[in-house]
Write a protein that binds this ligand. Structure first.
Ligand code: 13P
Length: 252
């Protein structure tokens, strides 16, 4: 009903030095030169953001940070603000990745503040949600997704919703090689879209792009993208190899 441009994002997590990143980008640009109908985002570690942005000059590939703090500045050792990212040309930021929630104790209230701070600075948030293995087995997947959406998007207006991205990343599929089947991913993502329609309005929910993440590879991207509500992918491990990520971009 509404045309949503596909998005393929590569989350490098804590991988790649500047030297490795520069070599990757040069090769990547050549490989995806003819990929037009897809929005591409590279998400390198903080130390590589400037170099990757520079190497991408003149291309439409976007660059995302993997996290940021919600304050504009302050005594928060080790943290980086939205304004700092904006200044170096960063367009997007991943917020609430399950690894941040799990290892760095991020909660939905923190994420609501981060989403607001990113948007205020003109940086597009990519809010991640997803259930654990135990939650899926206990039949509480939808409750978990709803509470993460209620919490993380608490300060977002219906007008802002289509300007951000949501990523459904079931924790049990991340880094495990155990991809959600297209049916499972579609079911969860269409639940997310219905929840957003109630939380905001049906128009905003129909326009917001929702990505799937969790063991995406060149072998499964096609069937995932064929699902009605899946608008793209947030790729971890398979984005580290330039050839495999370029194939995912082309198939997406
Ligand atoms: P993998 O693709 O390695 O499973 O990671 C997914 C992910 O966490 C992307 O943010």
């Amino acid at each position: 009903m509404s045309e949503r441009t596909p998005v393929i994002a590569g989350n490098w997590k804590m991988f790649k030095t500047n030297t490795e990143a520069a070599a990757y980008v040069a090769e990547f640009l050549a490989l995806v030169a003819d990929a037009r109908a897809v929005e591409i985002i590279l998400c390198p570690p903080f130390t590589c953001l400037s170099a990757v942005r520079r190497e991408l000059a003149g291309s439409s590939v976007r660059v995302a940070a993997q996290n940021m703090h919600f304050e504009v500045e302050g005594a928060y050792t080790g943290e980086v603000s939205a304004a700092m990212l904006k200044e170096i040309g960063i367009s997007d930021v991943i917020l609430g990745h399950s690894e941040r929630r799990q290892y760095f104790c991020e909660n939905d209230a923190d994420l609501a503040r981060k989403v607001t701070a990113a948007m205020a600075a003109g940086i597009r948030p990519i809010l991640c949600v997803g259930e654990s293995d135990q939650e899926r087995e206990a039949g509480s997947t939808n409750d978990k997704l709803k509470s993460q959406l209620d919490g993380g998007l608490a300060a977002v207006t219906p007008g802002q919703l289509p300007d951000m991205l949501i990523a459904y990343e079931p924790i049990w599929a991340i880094g495990t090689g155990k991809t959600a089947t297209p049916e499972i991913a579609e079911e969860a993502i269409s639940f997310i879209r219905e929840t957003l329609a109630r939380q905001f309005n049906p128009e905003a929910a129909a326009r917001v792009r929702i990505l799937y993440g969790g063991s995406v590879s060149p072998g499964n991207i096609g069937e995932l993208m064929a699902a009605e509500n899946i608008d793209g992918a947030l790729v971890g491990g398979a984005s580290l190899d330039v050839g495999s990520f370029a194939r995912i971009v082309k198939l997406g």
